[in-house]
Design a protein around this ligand. Sequence first.
Ligand SMILES: [Zn+2]
Length: 280
Amino acid sequence: MLSLGVASLRRAHAAGRAIGAFATYDLEQVQAVTKAAEITGAPVMLLAGSSQFRHADIRLLATAALVAAEEAEGEVGVHLDHSRDLAELRRCVEFGYTSVMYDGSHEPYEDNVAHTAEAVRIAHGHGAWVEGELCGLAGDEDVSTDVAPTGAMMTSPEQAADFVDRTGVDALAVSVGNVHGFSSSARLDLDRLDAVRKAVPVPLVLHGASGLPANDLDGAIRTGVAKINVNAELRRAYLEAVADVLPAALPGSELARVLRAGREAVRDHVVTAIRGFGWS
Ligand SMILES: [Zn+2]
């Protein structure tokens, strides 16, 4: 069913778990994620946008994600990831998205506060909840290189408290050593994460979990991360599966076989990720 309120994040955190939010660029990934939700019985979030909208038409991808969520048995949210555009954000909550992220991390602090507060006003008017972000992460949403985390701004507990208080966001994405894409050197500052959690009354979100050591991930969930975004490792699983099956499928132009291989690889990867986030 299309439903995932911020109360679900609080429940997950109280149970020592985190809800997985999985990036979807196409129909195969949308179906892979909802299938994984069915297999595990865990609540999940489909991330549809904003970087995916540069690849797929906004209404088509949003509709696929919303219909897949409606038809799923369990709790499935549809979330607008990293939007910097209030018009796009408004469109998505009008479509029926359960939550949105306004990413003003590249803006001067006061602009981020003003725009995020406006995003909260728009989204709450449509029954959706809002994730905000203070400090941008190193790395790229869509292209994975080995990213060095050095130089990225870290979330300050004091500024996080001010930001949440003034914007009214329902969840906060943190920068505590995580990067977008894969990184062999990223390590989380769990003391800082703990200080941020104590400073703000809302669930915390971790982006850029791909490639983090399992200990760091477990520590982050224990410390207070209630939503984890997954993208880079799903793209890799998809592409590797397609590359594997392509030589056999090419002579007969078996497109469906290639797409199915990609879908199943993503599904299996999502199942493993969900279990790693505490849902067994
Ligand atoms: Zn992100």
